[in-house]
Design a protein. Structure first.
Length: 240
């Protein structure tokens, strides 16, 4: 009898511990990161809809990563809180770079990835909107492909005396659907180095139903209605 009671108590404790560990893991996975990696391999994943923050020093290279699927257009934004103006010795130029899963630097279709902050500026904001991610591309092409994307933030020009001063970075990444007109034929066999990031809601290769289908169906319906209307207007009345 005592053995049964002891077994039940041990089982209850184990179940409670398992539930606590599972909930803690889920909560930590959903929390916004409070640090950054120092290289591609240690890049910190940014959950969708979250902002990552990190305390660093002027001159550090900070890395994050986020997912983007086919048909999406990704935008990375970084805001750096600079040291006190009295502690700085001049202006500084900050740069935001975005790389794909193969570590190929991607060109910004819009935004301001490089910004120069004067000695009096308290913050500096950088943005980079990439070209629409393609489902596939030729091997020689540098087109964005589905998978992980890396954000690198650093200062590229600053007074030597300012290197090492504390800064705070706030980074966010957003990938929005660009529409079916951007969808291309073909499909990538696997996303590029996406093990550390979550899969987009519509999958890496995008949803099969896009606005291209809506336009196609709508055009077919309008064409059929126009044909029926034309027939009604042009047909000759039957003589008796």
């Amino acid at each position: 009898m005592r053995n049964r009671t002891l077994t039940r108590r041990v089982s209850a404790v184990l179940l409670a511990a398992t539930a606590l560990f599972t909930s803690a893991s889920a909560a930590s996975a959903d929390e916004a990161p409070t640090e950054a990696g120092t290289a591609f391999r240690t890049a910190v994943a940014i959950p969708p809809g979250k902002k990552a923050t990190a305390d660093a020093s002027t001159g550090d290279y900070l890395y994050w990563q986020f997912p983007a699927g086919a048909g999406q257009q990704a935008t990375a934004k970084a805001t750096v809180t600079l040291p006190e103006a009295s502690a700085r010795h001049g202006a500084a130029t900050w740069q935001l770079d975005v790389f794909d899963g193969l570590r190929r630097r991607q060109a910004c279709a819009s935004g301001e990835p490089t910004q120069r902050a004067s000695q009096q500026d308290a913050t500096v904001t950088l943005t980079c909107t990439l070209r629409t991610v393609r489902a596939w591309s030729e091997r020689w092409s540098n087109d964005p492909l589905p998978g992980a994307y890396y954000i690198r933030l650093t200062v590229v020009d600053a007074a030597d005396q300012d290197l090492g001063l504390p800064v705070k970075a706030e980074v966010e990444a957003d990938a929005k659907d660009a529409g079916g007109a951007q969808a291309g034929g073909g499909e990538l066999g696997a996303p590029l180095h996406a093990a550390a990031v979550s899969e987009p809601e519509d999958g890496w290769n995008g949803s099969w139903f896009t606005d291209r289908w809506a336009w196609t169906v709508g055009g077919a319906v309008l064409g059929a209605l126009a044909a029926v209307g034309g027939y009604v207007l042009t047909r000759h009345p039957r003589r008796r």
